[in-house]
Write a protein that binds this ligand. Structure first.
Ligand code: C5P
Length: 414
């Protein structure tokens, strides 16, 4: 942590290169300042053709300069980078990636990159062709070799009418990943290269009639965070997504949308067949209405149907994955538990791990609604060999990295 900052706050340099997505850097500055961090914006001269310095100065509360010739007496081209706890470049254009990969120092931002010894995170944004060009991919590889983190761009509408990978990732995603790089320096180790991961996230909706369903409070945040981190460890990720909060879609993951537990079961069966790892972080409904009414159930017309719901059990997707698991496949379950007079959440989780037969079980204490929808999580990771380790409180991305550290170690060597 930088000596000039309050405890817990970081000195963050937000570098902005000259691309149309430069305006989104304003949201990232906000993301960091709202969390109490001290933000210094360093745009390239071209970035200021898109967004004026006044916007960044007002949002960060700090002066903005682009050139090494401002405040020369303070040796700014060296100091900005030396004092930073984190440098995030958003958007990182093809040109900026190229200059950074070559180690050029022709403006304040690239000089800062050469000096910084803290985590450096690039959030690329450019047209699909530029992103896929071998020169850009080589630069990305080089920057990763140098120890920088290059995030995946999102897939979607680009400037103009074209769509494809190259869109700047959501500022909330960039912010969370950047803070993870400081909280867990090993989080981006590419130890899942070429591995196929299936991750389920969110709740299921069990239809009751055409307007009602039974659901739950799951936001899907933990599953999304697992997908985010796994993609950046080099995995091929399929995210089977039920009902979730509005969250940035993990860039680089393949999305399969489902509604009910039975839909999720069908989707997971299909994609898990050749997966190296299956993580069931979804909150699957254990029961569904035995009958789905074809028309809206009316108050007063069939009292029994609404006051005495008859439920039937859903398939246990996780148990099915365990039964069908292929050689070497690692299976991870989740257990949101509350304690009672006879047992703690951890006691319940130990029983569940044995019952489900998975390799690892992430247990959280959800008494009082804790963790649902929150950005943070905490709990225990139970392993089938009886080991229980505490997962310290942190963002869901940081918990995801802790789970993937343990899970990656269980994979057979390639
Ligand atoms: O039994 P319980 O619902 O607490 O188990 C939680 C774990 O089992 C989670 O990993 C969840 O995704 C999975 N599960 C499942 N199918 C169900 C119910 C839960 O795969 N029908």
């Amino acid at each position: 942590m930088n000596a000039t900052c309050k405890a817990g706050t970081l000195k963050i340099v937000v570098g902005v290169a000259g691309g149309i997505a430069a305006y989104k850097a304003a949201h990232l500055v906000r993301y960091f300042t709202e969390r109490g961090h001290d933000v210094h914006v360093v745009p390239t001269p071209a970035a200021l053709s898109f967004v004026g310095a006044a916007t960044f100065e007002a949002l960060s509360g700090n002066p903005v300069s682009t050139t090494v010739f401002d405040a020369v007496d303070e040796v700014r081209h060296v100091r900005v980078g030396q004092e930073a706890d984190l440098v995030v470049i958003t958007p990182a254009t093809a040109d900026l990636l190229s200059r950074a990969a070559q180690g050029r120092a022709d403006d304040l931002l690239t000089s800062t990159l050469l000096v910084a010894t803290c985590p450096v995170v690039f959030a690329p944004a450019m047209h699909t062709e530029m992103w896929r060009h071998p020169a850009t991919q080589e630069n990305v590889g080089k920057l990763r070799e140098h120890g920088s983190i290059v995030l995946e761009p999102a897939h979607g509408r680009l400037t103009g009418a074209d769509t494809g990978p190259g869109r700047l990732a959501d500022p909330e995603h960039i912010g969370a990943m950047a803070l993870l790089s400081v909280a867990r320096p090993g989080a981006f180790e590419r130890n899942l290269e070429g591995r196929r991961l299936v991750i389920s996230a969110g709740g299921t909706r069990e239809e009751l009639d055409p307007v009602r369903y039974l659901g739950n409070h799951s936001s899907g945040r933990q599953g999304y965070a697992l997908a985010d981190v796994a993609v950046h460890r080099g995995a091929e990720v399929t995210l089977v997504r039920g009902d979730t909060a509005e969250l940035p879609v993990p860039p680089g993951a393949t999305i399969v949308d489902v509604v009910s537990a039975r839909d999720m079961d069908t989707a997971v069966r299909e994609v898990a067949a050749d997966a190296d790892m299956v993580i069931m972080s979804a909150a699957v409904a254990d029961f569904r209405p035995a009958e789905v009414a074809g028309a809206k159930m009316k108050k007063g017309s069939d009292e029994d149907a609404l006051t005495k719901l008859v439920l039937t059990e859903n398939p246990d997707i996780l148990a099915g994955v365990v039964t069908r698991r292929r050689e070497g496949q690692v299976v991870i379950g989740f257990a949101a538990e509350t304690g009672d007079d006879n047992a703690t959440p951890l006691d319940h989780a130990k029983v569940k791990l044995r019952k489900k037969g998975c390799d690892l079980l992430m247990c959280n204490d959800v008494s009082g609604g804790a963790t649902f929808g929150s950005e943070d999580n905490v709990g225990w990771l139970l392993s089938s060999d009886g080991e229980v380790s505490e997962v310290p409180e942190g963002t869901k991305h940081s918990v995801a990295a802790a789970i993937l550290d343990r899970a990656a170690a269980l994979l057979p060597v390639n």
